[in-house]
Design a protein around this ligand. Structure first.
Ligand code: GLP
Length: 242
């Protein structure tokens, strides 16, 4: 893994935004995989600023977000779709038709997962996937366990994951959906390059297990050791156990 350690969260955001902007300059039709969560918020702010300064043009970029809660509408304020709207899409010129999202309110969630796999395939696959790591080592919503699923699928969220996402639901964990849809590890691994972003002391243990630990489904992020093109963007705190 190509590990890059920065002093601060802001420096991490600048580096990741620079990586994305460079990829778009090299390939204006970039297919970009995105992640919700607190970690990439600073990166998205940095990308919005670069767009406002005329430094990057998203008009031909296609995006696929990695996961979404099940059982809520895309318009629900707690949905990742709304999160992305607020933190990123509203501030850049991505064509709304090129924004792809799992719909957790679809009538048949299995059909919805299949639709998403095909949409990624039809777009030519993901060129660059931005990825966060859960404190329990999850990637997307692929939770630790005895087995992992390769394709986009429906998952039951672990209690810790629901607690960590409570802020999206006014801090009330009982309102966080119990299930979600997520790209599978196979879907994520088909991305031609993966940029993992982790900041803060609370991610240090998961980062260490992902980078140094044995490859195990109990730490889904450890599988990243098998992908040939993973870049890890860390601040000092997240890198402190390496
Ligand atoms: C969340 C999301 C992931 C995210 C990860 C880390 O539960 N499913 O897409 O990357 O966990 O989140 P955060 O950046 O808020 O720590």
């Amino acid at each position: 893994m190509d590990i890059r350690v920065f002093e601060t969260d802001a420096e991490v955001a600048a580096a990741v935004a620079g990586r994305v902007a460079e990829a778009i300059r090299a390939r204006p039709t970039l297919v970009l995989g995105l992640a919700a969560g607190g970690t990439p918020v600073a990166t998205y702010a940095e990308l919005r600023a670069r767009f406002a300064a005329g430094q990057v043009d998203f008009s031909h970029v296609t995006t696929f977000n990695i996961d979404e809660f099940a059982g809520i509408e895309p318009s629900h304020p707690g949905s990742f779709r709304q999160f992305m709207q607020v933190h990123f899409f509203s501030g850049v010129n991505i064509d709304p038709h090129r924004i792809h999202f799992l719909d957790g309110s679809a009538a048949d969630l299995e059909v919805e997962c299949d639709r998403y796999e095909k949409a990624i395939e039809n777009a030519g696959g993901i060129d660059l996937q931005l990825l966060g790591i859960g404190t329990n080592g999850h990637i997307g919503f692929n939770e630790p366990g005895p087995a992992l699923v390769a394709r986009t699928h429906r998952v039951r969220l672990h209690a810790i994951t629901r607690r960590e996402n409570a802020a999206l639901f006014s801090g009330d964990v009982s309102r966080v959906p119990r299930e979600a849809l997520t790209m599978g590890v196979g879907t994520i691994f088909r991305a031609r390059a993966i940029a993992v972003v982790a900041t803060g002391q609370r991610k240090a243990a998961a980062v260490a297990r992902a980078v140094l630990g044995p490859i195990t489904t109990h730490v889904p992020a450890s599988l990243l050791q098998l992908h040939g093109r993973v870049e890890l963007y860390l601040d000092r705190a997240a890198a402190s156990r390496l």
